[in-house]
Design a protein around this ligand. Structure first.
Ligand code: SAM
Length: 279
């Protein structure tokens, strides 16, 4: 679909058989190094499902690499035709080249390279949204990907990455989102900018804290809600906890010190969104 205001590129098909092809090296760099992703504004998502999700959600695709199996698969063929019509370079590769690109022994039959998209802090409008989840210095890509997937599942508005967080466009994060990355807006901001946002937030700003005095099931969550989750090791810093209207706790029995970050996010999100979720 033509994108208004964007020059139209003409797509093409290219066969690659050599591991030392510059495009293969570029994709390898995007898989393994955050620096390359940041500099280029590109990222890699593996698999046909993610390719169809990305295309359905109109993300810009730069390359779509198809292994031998994909060239026999009608869904992959359709994805390739759509990507090419939108200006992507379609790479026909063998399994060894796919393995080299992805640094995996058993690569998926389709590997896509897409342009990153982030919501600028100034464009984040709380009005008419449901719940934004803010993650303070999240470190684990699996946790981040799982949170993005859960935000998608509950109809949340998006995810805010506060401070020094793991890369939302790392291959492990993208994989853990199971395609939800293409449907959930992501914003990044430093701590001070987040505190400004929290101070002007029109609904409830809820922090989750192991010392929270409020049972998470007793709050009347005013939407738009803003749910703040702490770092895996250190939890929420005092000033971040101070930016919240209330600090909730999820009751625990047993010997576990705390819940996993993504599990705690899921429990809180389902409570916040409970009145709006039906089978
Ligand atoms: N040692 C850390 C601490 O003292 O907070 C543990 C952090 S925990 C693994 C990661 C985050 O998950 C916490 O900062 C909090 O946001 C959330 N969390 C985990 N268990 C929770 C609980 N029982 N109640 C509320 N939030 C919880």
């Amino acid at each position: 679909m033509p994108q208004p205001g964007k020059p139209q590129r003409i797509g093409a098909v290219k066969q690659i058989t050599s591991h030392s092809n510059p495009i293969v090296k570029e994709i390898k760099g995007l898989v393994s190094q955050r620096k390359h992703r940041t500099q280029s504004g590109l990222f890699v998502a593996e698999g046909l499902k993610l390719a169809t999700d990305a295309l359905a959600a109109n993300w810009d695709v730069r390359y779509l690499a198809l292994g031998p199996e994909a060239r026999e698969n009608p869904v992959a063929q359709k994805a390739a035709a759509t990507a090419k019509a939108r200006g992507a370079l379609i790479l026909e590769v063998n399994t060894a080249v796919l393995s080299a690109m992805t640094r995996k022994d058993n690569p998926q039959m389709v590997v896509g390279v897409y342009e990153q998209k982030l919501v600028h802090a100034d464009d984040l409008k709380p009005e008419n949204t449901t719940v934004w989840v803010a993650l303070d210095r999240v470190r684990d890509p699996g946790n981040l990907g799982t949170v993005i997937r859960t935000v998608d599942a509950v109809g949340g508005a998006g995810v805010i990455l506060v401070g020094d967080c793991t890369d939302p466009f790392a291959v492990e994060t993208v994989r853990a989102t199971m395609g939800s990355l293409f449907h959930v807006p992501i914003s990044k901001m430093p701590k001070d900018r987040f505190k400004q946002l929290a101070a002007s937030w029109p609904g409830t700003v809820t922090g989750t804290h192991l010392k929270g005095s409020v049972d998470y099931r007793t709050v009347d969550y005013q939407q738009p809600a803003l749910l703040l989750m702490g770092n895996e090791q250190q939890g929420l810093e005092d000033d971040m906890a101070g930016a919240c209207n209330c600090l909730i706790r999820i009751p625990q029995v047993g010997q576990a010190d705390s819940l996993n970050l993504a599990v705690a996010t899921g429990i809180a999100l389902y409570e916040i969104r409970r009145p709006h979720l039906e089978l």
